[in-house]
Design a protein around this ligand. Structure first.
Ligand SMILES: *Cc1c(COP(=O)(O)O)cnc(C)c1O
Length: 351
């Protein structure tokens, strides 16, 4: 702390991202990165942009990317907002659409950036407990609120909520914005983007960080009614005119063009997830049903913090949350088959 800090900064509680250790030879299963590299076409497109044109600012509205996303999801470019990772998109959503005099609702177990944004923008948060099976209870989301947000599938549980249940929440809240954070939807769910033309209060966010293997490029987007998008543009244009650089725009457009690679890598992750879930169950873990590129599991007898530490000593990094209700769980990112094997071998040593 410094005497130069404003009182506001002194009171901020920032998000703590999963660690990015510098060590080599780690089996890194802690931040839900994709184990496969980005599409070769993405790398080629980025290389093609490494020239003197980098002296120029990028397109402020990333129109080529908005069009690519609109085409991919059968919406109009006016229904698309893009940002520097979906975290930035989410920040603008809290700022533009959630600052009302009622609390924002989200599950007690969900993405830990939501309370951070509430703190940053002075928004009251009300968390609603997940059911005992860690599913979201739509009937809870029928109380006065200034907005609703949840990941689908949920993080860090991996549990999916069906579109029919999402419609129940949308219908009960015609006067507030309902944000479905679909960071992991491509690993086993059905996107709610199909509902945006019917619900003016629905905003869906996605990211290229997980299913398109581009966490390092920082690209995310939101799809919804043009009025919601316009609110986000107003914030963005009051904050940073060029959140996406030239290379990020080129690479992410190419990512939407190589659908074959995208589908093949998602399928590989899904197959490995099912193998890993079965293997973990055989080792005595309870595994929540996952529609994501990670598994949330607790062992019948072994303490989760101890397991995480023991794995680390064997150079396998997983995520453990020291938080109520989930402190006996490990969140394990799906790796390559070899990485998953290394995890299982290390666990067998420990158990
Ligand atoms: C990873 C993640 C994001 C953010 O991804 P970006 O890399 O910022 O695009 C958003 N929501 C959830 C639930 C996530 O897990």
């Amino acid at each position: 702390m410094s005497r130069f800090w404003s009182p506001f900064v002194k009171n901020l509680v920032p998000y703590v991202p999963g660690e990015q250790p510098k060590l080599d030879n780690l089996v890194k299963l802690n931040t839900n990165e994709n184990p496969y590299g980005p599409s070769p076409q993405v790398l080629e497109a980025i290389r093609g942009g490494v020239d003197a044109s980098l002296r120029l600012y990028p397109a402020p509205n990333a129109d080529s990317l908005k069009s690519a996303i609109a085409d991919y999801h059968s919406v109009t470019p006016q229904q698309v907002f893009v940002g520097n990772g979906s975290d930035e998109v989410l920040a603008h959503i809290f700022h533009a659409l959630f600052q009302h005099d009622r609390p924002v609702l989200f599950p007690d177990i969900s993405y830990s950036f939501y309370p951070v944004y509430c703190g940053l923008y002075g928004i009251e948060a009300r968390t609603l407990p997940l059911a005992a099976d860690f599913s979201i209870r739509p009937e809870d989301y029928q109380q006065p609120n200034g907005g609703i947000i949840f990941p689908n599938p949920n993080a860090p549980t991996g549990v999916l909520l069906g579109l029919d249940k999402i419609e129940v929440i949308l219908q009960a809240n015609p006067d507030s914005v309902v944000v479905v954070d679909e960071a992991y939807i491509d690993f086993g769910g059905e996107t709610a983007i199909s509902l945006v033309d019917r619900y003016a209060n629905l905003l869906v966010t996605q990211t290229l960080s997980k299913s398109r293997s581009l966490a390092g490029l920082r690209v995310g987007f939101a799809v919804g009614h043009p009025d919601l998008i316009e609110a986000l543009e107003r914030i963005k244009n009051s904050f940073n005119s060029y959140p996406l650089d030239r290379l990020a725009i080129l690479g992410s457009v190419a990512a939407f063009e190589d659908d074959e690679y995208f589908r093949a890598t998602c399928q590989a992750v899904i197959r490995s997830r099912e193998h890993l879930a079965t293997a973990l169950q055989l080792l005595g873990f309870e595994v929540l049903p996952s529609a994501a590129n990670f598994i949330f599991a607790r062992h019948a007898t072994c303490d989760a913090a101890g397991l995480a530490q023991g794995l680390r000593e064997q150079r396998v990094i997983v995520r453990h949350f020291n938080a109520p209700r989930i402190d006996q769980f490990l969140r394990i990112t799906i790796g390559t088959e070899e990485q998953n094997q290394a995890l299982l071998e290390a666990l067998k040593q420990l158990l």
